[in-house]
Design a protein around this ligand. Structure first.
Ligand SMILES: [Zn+2]
Length: 105
């Protein structure tokens, strides 16, 4: 694909980052003028990431013995029917930490 802006460069698939929000996104970047263009699928992925970010909540890490504990807000506890003593899974990926409680919804 040729660059529609400068008409000289070639559009290459790149992973870029919006530093202030710590969000990675995929786009096509011109190897000549640096113009970045996204297709509909790439835009959709990025807007989903922003929707998730808007829905996320600020939490505080606090020390609990040798571990660090996270306080889970009340509305999430209600939504996922979490009670003290239940087990869950904690996984990590490139974006962060995910907690999956073992309860029936
Ligand atoms: Zn260009």
């Amino acid at each position: 694909m040729k660059c529609p802006t400068c008409n000289k460069g070639k559009m290459e698939r790149v992973i870029d980052k919006i530093k202030k929000d710590n969000i990675n996104f995929e786009a096509f970047k011109c190897n000549s003028c640096g113009e970045e263009i996204m297709d509909m699928k790439q835009l959709k992925v990025l807007s989903n990431k922003y929707r998730k970010l808007r829905e996320s909540r600020e939490i505080t890490f606090s020390r609990w013995g040798n571990s660090i504990a996270v306080r889970i807000p009340g509305e999430i506890i209600k939504e996922y029917n979490i009670t003290s003593g239940i087990h869950g899974l904690l996984t990590t990926d490139k974006e962060g930490i995910k907690i999956i409680p073992h309860v029936k919804k």
